[in-house]
Design a protein around this ligand. Structure first.
Ligand SMILES: Nc1ncnc2c1ncn2[C@@H]1O[C@H](COP(=O)(O)OP(=O)(O)O)[C@@H](O)[C@H]1O
Ligand SMILES: [Mg+2]
Length: 336
């Protein structure tokens, strides 16, 4: 198999809160191959954005430990000038909120053009041609007109297309999309996701798609990593994850999605992701939210176990997990 585009080994990203450091990403290892879409799922506060920002080295004040290899090169402590050559060229990122990613004072054409200029397209004429081409590619109607518009003159969906155009301007080999459609209407969401999928297929880039929408995951992902409280609790190819989810957190997430219109109860997972300062020092981090499972089912220092090739699950508690009252499928019970 060819070398992965991205390989992360034991990444730990910690933020300073008062006088201590707390890890928002705690020992994450994963890889992304060419033409592969890895989805990262988990509730809000699980560390998904902290992970994405670490890969792009966008945290201004975080302690980052571990190794991030981009095409075999360790980029964890790359000097800023070398890093800037990678960002926006070999690695592109699409953020959740297109408004914050765009400069309100610059017309669209200039903003995209600037990225081309930084990475070597000197001729203004060539840049304009390329910007129009990119706007076309991301499905923006009347690109010549939009070229001269400011971000506030566009709809949310159009702005996100512009952000995507910027992210792909220099044909990145790795594209990271952090909840790219959360701020958008449902109909626009699927158009944007189709666009990301097409771009991946066309360019062969590796994609990390962060989302909390399992429907999107089922439709788009090749592999899925489920994150809980800063750690990957389960990772598998998309088919295996949906057919044979093992970790209690994965199973609870899957059961919290309404499947039919007649379904009257939505399965909710009790509690919330603990704040960084309140993470348990040892033991299964999800244990507190499945109190009917005895402590003895959990490992003291839960590790990822490979249960079948490429399918990893953290903690042995998955072996003993059941929904309350022995309801194995969790269909009858609301976990709340
Ligand atoms: N700059 C920061 N300083 C301190 N804590 C942070 C910072 N950024 C994120 N966190 C905390 O790290 C955890 C993970 O956050 P985040 O990566 O944004 O989660 P997600 O993207 O999965 O919703 C949360 O507990 C959040 O409060
Ligand atoms: Mg986030």
């Amino acid at each position: 198999m060819s070398e992965p585009i991205l390989k992360i080994d034991n990444l730990r990203t910690s933020f300073r809160i008062k006088d201590d450091y707390y890890a928002a990403v705690d020992g994450v290892s994963l890889s992304v191959n060419k033409n592969e879409l890895l989805a990262i799922v988990g509730e809000s506060g699980c560390g998904k954005s902290a992970l994405a920002f670490s890969i792009m080295n966008l945290h201004s004040r975080a302690k980052i430990e571990g190794d991030i290899l981009f095409k075999g090169q360790n980029i964890t402590n790359l000097p800023i000038n070398k890093l800037n050559k990678l960002r926006g060229k070999d690695m592109g990122m699409i953020f959740q909120d297109p408004l914050t990613a765009l400069n309100p004072l610059m017309v669209i054409g200039e903003q995209i053009g600037e990225i081309l200029l930084i990475h070597g397209t000197q001729s203004a004429e060539k840049r304009k041609t390329k910007v129009i081409e990119l706007l076309n590619k991301v499905g923006i109607p009347r690109p010549e007109h939009v070229f001269n518009q400011f971000p506030h003159e566009l709809s949310g969906g159009m702005r996100q297309r512009v952000v995507i155009a910027m992210a792909i301007a220099n044909n990145p080999e790795l594209l990271i999309a952090d909840e790219p459609t959360t701020a958008l209407d449902v109909t626009i969401q699927s158009q944007i996701l189709d666009l990301i999928k097409d771009l991946k297929e066309e360019s062969g880039a590796g994609v990390i798609l962060i989302t909390h929408d399992l429907g999107v995951v089922a439709e788009m992902a090749d592999r899925v990593a489920v994150m809980y409280a800063g750690q990957i609790v389960e990772i598998a190819d998309v088919y295996t994850l949906f057919e044979n989810p093992l970790h209690p957190y994965t199973r609870s997430l899957l059961n919290s999605v309404p499947t039919t219109e007649e379904q009257s109860t939505l399965h909710v997972i009790q509690g919330v992701v603990p704040a960084l300062q309140n993470l348990p020092r040892e033991g299964c981090r999800f244990g507190a939210r499945i109190p009917w499972i005895p402590d003895s089912a959990h490992e003291k220092n839960p590790e990822l176990h490979e249960v079948s090739p490429g399918h990893f699950v953290r903690c042995t508690c998955y072996k003993d997990f059941h929904f309350p009252d022995g309801d194995k499928e969790g269909k009858q019970h609301v976990i709340s």
